[in-house]
Ligand binder design. Structure first.
Ligand code: ADP
Ligand code: ASP
Ligand code: MG
Length: 448
C-alpha cells in the first residue's frame, strides 16, 4: 500500500486533477491512500474569510462563499462529474455558510471556528478527486477527522500518534478489502470533543506521513510542483539541481530551516517506521524525484543545499539575575507563544543573556512586549536565516565547504550572527534581509 499526498497546485484546477487521476492509473492495481490538500490558494482564502466574517456585510460574505462554490463546481463541470459531486459540494458549502454566519453573529472568530472554516478546502477538493477516480476505480472518500486525533491546540494541533494509529488500523485498513483507493484530507483532524482541528499551514505532508506510518505503508509519495528536493528553492535559484537521494536527517534539517517543499514534521513518522518518502512532480510524473531513506547520501561531504527563511525575528534578553528576571522571561516567552502560536526555532543561552529566533515577522513579536517586561533589557531584530545543509558538516572533509560558508556570508554582511555546530547537518547565519538572496546565490556555487 502506498500513501500519496497531492499538494495545492497538484489539485488547483481540472487539468491538474487529471494528472492526479493519471498517476493513480500508473500505479496499476496497487492500493493507494490519497491524501489531498485544498485547491491552491483556498486555505488562505478561507482563513481570510473566517477573520473577515466578523466585520464584512452579509452580502459580501455570501458572495465570497458563492465564489468558493463556483470554483469547485466549475472544476467538477470541466471534469464531467458535476452530477456525481454537485450535491456534496453544495452541502459542504452550506456547512461553510452556517459556520461563517455563526462567526458573524458572535462578532468573534475563535481559533476553533477558524479551523472549522479552513477545513472546508480539503473537504471540497477531496470530494472532486474521489468523484473522478470513482469513474474508473473502486475509490471511497473518507473523513480524515475520524482518524487523525489531536489535542485542542487549534491552528497547530498536536497529534496523538497512538490513537491515530489505532483509528487508522481499525477504520481505514479494512476498507482496502473492497476498495483500491481511499481518498482523504490532509491538514485536518479532530480533538477529543470531535471539534475540527488543523495541523498548521502546509500540514498535509505531515498527515500523509502520519497515515503512512500508522498503516505501515510501503512508500509515502509527496506529489508536488517540482521534481524533488533541490540544492536550493528553484523559484529563487532556477539552476538548482534535484537530488536523487537524501537521508531522513538531512531532509528534516532542510525542512526545519525553511525548505517549503516538505512540512518540517513530515519526516518523524516516516523515520519511526523506516518508510521511504519520495518527493515527485505531479506534472512530470516520469521524473524520478528524490527518495528519502535512513541512509540517503550520508557519506557525502560539504553542503548539498542552501535555504533561506525570511522575516525571522531575533529576540535578545539580558538582565540582572534573580527571581524577577526569570519570572518575567518565562512570562514573555509564554505570551509570545500564545499570541504568535510560535515556539522558538533556535534558542541559545550564554550566562544571563538569551537569544531566541522566531519564525515570525518583527511586528508580531513587538506587540507581545509590554511595560511589565521593563526589568529586562530586550532587543528585537529582523533577519533572514540562511542555512547550508549537508549530511556530514562536522567531518574534516567538509571543513573547506564550511569555511566557504563563513567567508561568503562575511563578504556580503558585516555583522551576521552565526549559528553552527548544534546539528551535524547544518551551519546557519542570521543576516540582514536585504543581502539574503545574494548570499544564497553566492553560497549555491559551493554546493557539492
Ligand atoms: P505543495 O502545494 O505541493 O505542498 P509547496 O508550495 O508547499 O507545494 O512546496 C513546493 C515548493 O517548495 C516548490 O514550488 C519550491 O518553490 C519550494 N521549495 C523550497 N525549497 C525547495 C527545495 N530545496 N527543493 C525543492 N523545492 C523547494
Ligand atoms: N491546505 C493547507 C495549507 O494551504 C495544507 C497544505 O496545503 O498542506 O496550508
Ligand atoms: Mg506544501
Amino acid at each position: 500500500m502506498i500513501v500519496m499526498k497531492f499538494g495545492g497546485t497538484s489539485v488547483q484546477d481540472s487539468s491538474a486533477i487529471l494528472h492526479v487521476a493519471s498517476i493513480a492509473e500508473q500505479f496499476g492495481s496497487e492500493q493507494l491512500l490519497i491524501v489531498s490538500s485544498a485547491c491552491s490558494g483556498m486555505t488562505t482564502d478561507l482563513l481570510k474569510l473566517s477573520a473577515d466574517s466578523v466585520h464584512i456585510s452579509d452580502e459580501e460574505r455570501s458572495l465570497r462563499i458563492d465564489g468558493i462554490e463556483d470554483r469547485h463546481n466549475s472544476i467538477a463541470r470541466s471534469l464531467g462529474i458535476e452530477k456525481q459531486v454537485g450535491v456534496r459540494i453544495h452541502e459542504l458549502c452550506d456547512g461553510l455558510r452556517k459556520t461563517c454566519e455563526g462567526v458573524a453573529l458572535l462578532g468573534e472568530c475563535t481559533p476553533r471556528s477558524s479551523d472549522a472554516i479552513a477545513s472546508f478546502g480539503e473537504l471540497l477538493s477531496t470530494v472532486i478527486i474521489q468523484g473522478l477516480l470513482q469513474l474508473h476505480h473502486t475509490a471511497i472518500w473518507y473523513d480524515a477527522r475520524e482518524i487523525i486525533k489531536t489535542d485542542s491546540a487549534y491552528r497547530r494541533a498536536h497529534v496523538d500518534f497512538d490513537l491515530t494509529q489505532s483509528k487508522a488500523l481499525e477504520k481505514l485498513k479494512p476498507l482496502f478489502d473492497s476498495h483500491r483507493i481511499i481518498v482523504t484530507q490532509g491538514f485536518i483532524g479532530s480533538d477529543s470533543e470531535g471539534n475540527t482541528t488543523t495541523l498548521g499551514r502546509g500540514g498535509s505532508d505531515f498527515s500523509a506521513a502520519l497515515l503512512g506510518a500508522a498503516l505501515h505503508a510501503d512508500d509515502i509519495i509527496i506529489w508536488t510542483d517540482v521534481s524533488g528536493i533541490a540544492s536550493a528553492d528553484p523559484r529563487i535559484i532556477p539552476e538548482a539541481r534535484f537530488m536523487e537521494t537524501m537521508s531522513f536527517d538531512e531532509a528534516r534539517m532542510l525542512s526545519y530551516f525553511g525548505a517549503k517543499v516538505l512540512h518540517p514534521e513530515t519526516i518523524i513518522p516516516a523515520l519511526s517506521k523506516n518508510i521511504p518518502v519520495h518527493v515527485r512532480n505531479t506534472f512530470k510524473s516520469e521524473d524520478k524525484g528524490t527518495t528519502i531513506t535512513q541512509h540517503g547520501d550520508k557519506d557525502a561531504n560539504g553542503f548539498r543545499s542552501v535555504i533561506g527563511k525570511h522575516n525571522v525575528t531575533c529576540l535578545n534578553i539580558s538582565g540582572i539575575p534573580g527571581k524577577d528576571y526569570h519570572t518575567n522571561t518565562q512570562e514573555l516567552l509564554h505570551q509570545i507563544t500564545q499570541l504568535s502560536g510560535q515556539q522558538p526555532l533556535i534558542h541559545a543561552r550564554v550566562g544571563e543573556s538569551e537569544t531566541y529566533v522566531y519564525d515570525a515577522p518583527l511586528h508580531n513579536l513587538s506587540q507581545c512586549i509590554n511595560k511589565e517586561h521593563n526589568l529586562m533589557n530586550i532587543t528585537l531584530e529582523e533577519y533572514s536565516l540562511i542555512s547550508a545543509i549537508g549530511p556530514n558538516l562536522r567531518s574534516e572533509h567538509s571543513s573547506k565547504a564550511v569555511g566557504k560558508f563563513y567567508e561568503t556570508v562575511l563578504q556580503a554582511d558585516s555583522r551576521p550572527v552565526f549559528i553552527s555546530g548544534i546539528q551535524p547537518q547544518t551551519v546557519s547565519a542570521l543576516v540582514a534581509p536585504d543581502c539574503a538572496i545574494d548570499i544564497l546565490k553566492a553560497l549555491h556555487h559551493h554546493c557539492t
